[in-house]
Design a protein around this ligand. Structure first.
Ligand code: GRF
Length: 221
């Protein structure tokens, strides 16, 4: 493999997914270098996590920017300064406009705490529960101009249990988020991801999960 892929992570909050990425890099499971962490919120705990690991971290204040485009441009400048190849959204609560998406075409990933295309948007663990879905989960996808609409890279499925609350379901989904996000970035780092239209193909992994299916409640014997 060549150079490690350089990653810039955008966060707005606690940054547990960022932490899972940092841990995967430090444990040698992820061939990437996080060169910068940026946040739209000064108090995002993700910034502290980055600094603790010696990663450049900065609050990029949206308030002086007159428009979303201007803010997006400010982010692009910071990401380019840090030589970022892949932009990783990890709980970043702002929508990135088309110019940003074009600047990093097919090089922006996001993680969403539901099985897309079901339940895009916000508060989706509660929505899955209220709807009575038997499964929810999480999705890593490339970011396109829409909200939670881009090509899906990897998903993990989590059963919804009778006693679940929004908190317990969110927690179970989050554990899977921490597994699949570093994995998706590693697939990218290995150059194994190909996008054809809406579909993402991962090279040399076609047969691993061919026969897998999950049924909830289980069929039993
Ligand atoms: C996660 O649930 C992620 O799926 C969603 O925002 C949350 C961020 O959590 N996009 P954290 O900041 O990574 O802990």
């Amino acid at each position: 493999m060549g150079e490690r892929v350089t990653v810039g992570v955008l966060v707005s909050g606690r940054g547990s997914n960022l932490q899972s990425i940092i841990d995967a890099v430090e444990e040698g499971r992820l061939d990437a270098r996080v060169t910068v962490v940026l946040s739209d919120r000064e108090d995002a705990f993700g910034l502290e996590r980055a600094k603790k690991h010696g990663i450049a971290a900065a609050w990029v204040d949206p308030s002086p920017c007159g428009s979303r485009e201007e803010y997006d441009r400010a982010l692009v400048v910071r990401l380019r300064e840090a030589d970022v190849e892949l932009v990783v959204l990890a709980g970043f609560m702002r929508i990135l406009g088309p110019p940003f998406v074009k600047s990093f075409k097919n090089r922006i990933m996001n993680i969403h705490p539901a099985l897309l295309p079901s339940f895009p948007g916000l508060h989706v663990q509660a929505k899955a529960l209220e709807h009575g879905a038997r499964f929810s989960g999480c999705t890593v996808h490339f970011v396109d101009a829409g909200v939670d609409t881009g090509p899906i890279i990897i998903q993990a499925c989590v059963p919804v249990l009778d006693g679940d609350t929004e908190e317990s379901l969110s927690e179970r989904i989050l554990r899977q988020e921490h597994r699949i996000y570093p994995r998706a970035i590693q697939l990218y780092a290995e150059g194994r991801i190909k996008i054809k239209g809406r579909r993402v193909f991962v090279e040399r992994s076609g047969d691993e999960n061919d026969r897998a299916s999950l049924i909830n409640p289980p069929l039993g014997r």
